[in-house]
Design a protein. Structure first.
Length: 127
């Protein structure tokens, strides 16, 4: 099955040896996004701003793949403080509708650039 590299200037450029997303058939694997502003590559301040920016970054890559966040079937959330998980839930409700994707939330010691949150996703685009 051929792989298609997905790249968009509407999301932060990769800061390592990875692609923003890879499409294999109907499945799109979205790399982890932290709260970098794609225009400045600067990290947003505060957990709320970071959560919103991560969702906007994932949305930009999803759209560049030919889908949208509604096509996400699996979402992984990595937080440096699991006390922020309730806020993730509240903000996520503004970006996703039922049926919500399957999800995991993991507490981690640290993230790139000292981000507070990172998320990656798997998306399935039919047709």
């Amino acid at each position: 099955m051929p792989k298609q590299v997905i790249q968009t200037p509407a999301a932060p450029k990769a800061i390592g040896t990875y692609s923003q997303a890879i499409r294999a058939g109907a499945t799109v694997y979205l790399s982890g996004q932290i709260a970098l502003d794609p225009a400045t590559m600067q990290l947003m301040d505060g957990i709320e701003a970071q959560i919103h920016q991560v969702f906007r970054n994932l949305q930009a890559v999803a759209r560049a793949s030919g889908g949208d966040l509604g096509d996400v079937v699996k979402l992984n959330v990595f937080l440096t403080d699991l006390a922020h998980f309730a806020r993730v839930n509240e903000i996520m409700a503004g970006y996703f509708q039922e049926p919500y994707p399957a999800r995991a939330a993991v507490g981690v010691a640290s993230l790139p650039r000292n981000a507070l949150v990172e998320m990656d996703a798997v998306m399935v685009i039919e047709g």
